[in-house]
Design a protein around this ligand. Structure first.
Ligand code: 4NP
Length: 154
């Protein structure tokens, strides 16, 4: 199973979602591959935001090796599920879909934790330390929910 996490800049939310899933995959030896991308190109090639890297490390997850890239149409072919962090990401990715099969791969990540509620992972970029820690905790819980929903007992 191949999973892509998507946000706007690919330096805060989607690298952390990627980081948590990567962490669980290694811990449990799961047959899942994960990557992340941004709908925008502002930060292509950059490491995740230093604040996210610092707080991630405090929870035992290193996202230092990740580098931002932009979402491309070919990602619809490379991944089975494409999880977006907010409704703006959802609209941007769906706009690039070529057909119904592409569209069917895309979903709001928080619907794994709160089914049908269409909640969003808040963008912490202009926020404070509390906002970053909140996103990290939310993505941890959502990653565990995703693994349960996908049949990987956590
Ligand atoms: P992300 O956060 O989408 O979670 O990576 C952002 C990062 C950068 C910007 C916006 C959001 N930006 O405007 O540069």
């Amino acid at each position: 199973m191949r999973i892509l996490m998507v946000c706007l800049g690919n330096i805060c939310r989607s690298p952390m979602a990627d980081g948590w899933l990567r962490h669980r995959i290694q811990e449990k030896g799961l047959p899942i591959e994960v990557d992340s991308a941004g709908t925008a190109n502002y930060h292509v090639g950059e490491q995740p935001d230093p604040r996210m890297r610092k707080f991630a490390k405090e929870t035992g997850v290193s996202i230092d090796s990740l580098r931002a890239r932009q979402f491309v149409v070919a990602d619809f072919d490379s991944f089975d599920r494409i999880f977006v962090m907010d409704k703006s990401n959802l609209a941007n990715v769906l706009r690039l879909a070529r057909n119904e099969a592409d569209k069917a791969k895309v979903a709001l990540y928080l619907n794994e934790l709160f089914p049908g509620e269409d909640r969003e992972v808040p963008d912490p970029y202009y926020g404070n330390e509390h906002d970053f820690r909140h996103v990290i905790e939310l993505l941890d819980t959502t990653t565990n929910a995703f693994l349960r929903n996908a049949g990987f007992n956590s």
